[in-house]
Design a protein around this ligand. Structure first.
Ligand code: TTP
Ligand code: MN
Ligand code: MN
Length: 378
């Protein structure tokens, strides 16, 4: 043992997929600020800046204690000049002037409100703002033609922008289980997305569906959707069929982050009754008896169907967080010369696909310690 005082250096690996990020965050003031700047960048078609802010926030999320002094940040990865300036401002003045002015800006407020309409992305919102539309009333008054998704988004705006609780996610899960069991006995339903990572609320509920016998899952989504529709559970749905095999970029070159599974973007009608039947306690949501308010709420639900041979990749790719996924792909490409998608893992050196039947195997192929879902909250 040495007599010299040891300086404790907290070391953080630079890729988020090398780190364990739980939901416990001692630096929410800082990470909220950086996340807001990330969101503003993403809404303004500045993806690079958005990712930089997301990476900086993710590093702060794993620190074991609140940051109180800039010296604590020495040697940490992913903290660029801009992020450091924001952090310094908050530590010294209690708030970041850039974050505060962004929050107040008419443009940011309008982008938030308009992209809060399901089916409206940053591009559309930007075009509307340039045409003088800044809020929902102006959108309704304008003669803009809305597509089916946007009409549903506008109609159920308040519900869709109200967080979904775990209890509500479980109630939706029971409905999806029933639908799947009715149309293809033996098919399996897995809760994915934020709820699989242990989040207590989310903006939607995500499910991955497969069947243990390869091929049995083909054509499954339209059957599930028909069953749900016949039971009155769907306010909106759009199913896109699997285009994996016919795509020409192939699994080795996942050109976009969008995968090509058969999937369904939907808006569920969740009855308070349904929630009670699922064994949950009564929510704050008004029931029909206490004031004439509607006894149901709209909930955004994403369904994905994958063949069993790709299940582990789909599970890993759809559990998130979005930054964790991005970092996994960056690690694969930059550190391992591999291409990872929600369908497959390809080794560009050996020119071969690496098989996996579990997430653990995929981490092992990538030379990474296994990180469980609850620690992927980067
Ligand atoms: P989201 O449902 O958007 O996010 P989330 O579940 O992590 O958070 P929230 O609580 O706000 O719903 O996406 C879930 C995962 O699905 C995310 O890790 C990325 C993945 N995904 C794809 O693989 N392809 C896609 O096209 C989309 C939209 C998401
Ligand atoms: Mn989700
Ligand atoms: Mn989703």
């Amino acid at each position: 043992p040495t007599n010299e005082a040891e300086v404790e250096v907290f070391s953080v690996p630079s890729y988020a997929c090398q780190r364990r990020t739980t939901l416990e965050n001692r630096n929410t003031v800082l990470t909220d600020a950086l996340s807001l700047l990330a969101e503003n960048a993403e809404l303004s078609a500045e993806e690079g800046r958005g990712v930089a802010f997301r990476r900086a926030a993710a590093v702060l999320k794993v620190l074991p204690e609140p940051v109180t002094d800039m010296t604590q940040l020495r040697g940490l990865p992913c903290l660029g000049e801009h992020s450091l300036r924001v952090i310094k401002d908050i530590l010294e003045n209690g708030a970041s002037s850039e974050v505060e002015s962004t929050k107040q800006s008419e443009r940011f407020k309008a982008l938030k409100v308009l992209t809060g309409v399901f089916g409206v992305g940053a591009k559309t919102a930007d075009r509307w703002i340039r045409e003088g539309i800044h809020d929902l009333q102006q959108l309704k008054d304008s003669r803009q033609t809305l597509n089916r998704a946007q009409r549903a988004g506008l109609e159920h705006y308040d519900d869709i922008n109200q967080p979904v609780s775990k209890a509500e996610a479980d109630a939706i899960g029971e409905i999806v289980e029933e639908a799947v069991a009715s149309v293809l006995p033996g098919a399996q339903v897995t809760l994915i997305g934020g709820f699989r990572r242990g989040k207590l609320s989310g903006h939607d509920v995500d499910f991955l569906i497969t069947h243990p016998e390869e091929g049995r899952e083909v054509g499954l989504m339209p059957k599930i959707v028909s069953w749900l529709e016949s039971q009155g559970f769907l306010l909106y749905q759009k199913t896109t069929r699997n285009s994996y095999l016919e795509s020409d970029d192939g699994p080795a070159r996942p050109c976009s982050n969008m995968d090509r599974f058969e999937r369904c973007f939907s808006v569920f009608k969740l009855d308070e009754d349904e929630k009670r039947r699922a064994g949950q306690t009564q929510s704050h949501h008004a029931s029909a008896e206490d004031g004439g308010l509607k006894p149901w709420r709209a909930v955004r639900v994403d369904l994905v169907v994958s063949p069993i041979s790709q299940f582990a990749f789909a599970l890993l790719g759809w559990t998130g967080s979005k930054l964790f996924e991005r970092e996994l792909r960056r690690w694969a490409g930059h550190e391992k010369t591999m291409s990872l998608s929600s369908h497959a893992l390809y080794d560009n050196t050996q020119r071969t696909y690496l098989r996996a039947t579990s997430e653990e195997e995929i981490f092992a192929h990538l030379g990474l310690d296994y990180i469980p879902p609850s620690e992927r909250n980067a």
